[in-house]
Design a protein around this ligand. Structure first.
Ligand SMILES: Nc1ncnc2c1ncn2[C@@H]1O[C@H](COP(=O)(O)OP(=O)(O)O)[C@@H](O)[C@H]1O
Ligand SMILES: [Mg+2]
Length: 253
């Protein structure tokens, strides 16, 4: 069965896209069939996936031009499929909101659910209708978090939204876990915040720490994941370990 996981945090620059891309690549490396959906108008995940097609179909074309979702799906060099994002998703956001079309994506994904083991959804850095649509579809959410002061700001709002959707029986989404990203343990503040997170969210914090690693930041310009770009780097190894934890939590829970 296709397990749909949203990667969300209203804060920008916390490692959502890096996590979405490298988790997709890591899961694909374990021979699982993976679909990554870029729901961010910035389209960073699409760049990182190395989409070569000029002006590819996005969810905009699926929604407005009724192009089948299969025709919005492209292959990445990392072995996962991707539905690209782009600026036109801003219009999609407006239409979902104005025309009450919440949930359209879930129906579309049901049609291709036997093709994939995992669908990873990269969301924009705001709690808009695109993010809500992603949360609505997902059976689990992963929250990347940088260990800084104020890093929890917004996370409570996100958790409340997920809980509300679930309370109203609108989705079965639950928080799978919090991933600490761009970690530098030489930084005392990062260590303090990281310890606090472990205390506060005990079972929700993933054991795997994603280190700050320049290879992860370089990989997107080559159109591949950090896993493929530099498999022996600390960053790549960390994301492979995270994928192992996700598999244990999702498949053996
Ligand atoms: N573990 C990491 N080590 C080094 N740089 C990282 C790491 N994670 C993300 N980055 C870089 O930080 C920036 C923001 O990350 P990104 O994944 O785009 O965040 P978001 O999607 O939440 O906005 C990007 O330039 C990215 O390459
Ligand atoms: Mg992003």
């Amino acid at each position: 069965m296709n397990k749909i996981i949203a990667i969300a945090n209203q804060k920008g620059g916390v490692g959502k896209t890096t996590t979405a891309v490298n988790l997709s690549a890591s899961l694909a490396a374990t021979k699982r069939k993976v679909l990554l959906i870029d729901m961010d108008p910035q389209g960073n995940a699409s760049t990182a996936a190395g989409i070569l097609t000029e002006d590819p179909n996005t969810l905009y074309n699926h929604y407005f031009d009724t192009i089948p979702i299969e025709d919005c799906t492209y292959s990445s060099k990392d072995g996962y499929d991707i539905i690209p994002g782009g600026e036109e998703l801003i219009a999609l956001e407006v239409s979902i909101r104005n025309d009450n079309k919440q949930g359209f994506l879930l129906k579309s994904l049901e049609g291709i659910s036997n093709k994939y083991d995992y669908t990873i959804i990269d969301t924009p850095p705001t709690l808009n209708q695109l993010t809500i649509e992603g949360l609505f579809c997902a059976s689990g959410t992963l929250i990347p978090l940088q260990c800084e002061y104020y890093s929890l700001e917004g996370v409570t709002g996100l958790m409340t939204t997920i809980q509300t959707l679930s309370d109203k029986n609108m989705s079965s989404n639950r928080v799978i876990g919090i991933v600490r990203t761009m970690v530098d343990m030489r930084n005392n503040l990062a260590k303090e915040v990281s310890d606090e997170l472990e205390k506060h969210f005990k079972n929700l914090v993933f054991n795997t720490l994603i280190p700050r690693n320049v290879k992860l930041a370089e990989a997107p310009s080559h159109g591949i994941s950090g896993i493929k770009y530099m498999p022996n780097s600390y960053g790549a190894k960390a994301y492979l370990a995270l994928a192992g934890e996700v598999i244990r939590k999702v498949e053996y829970a």
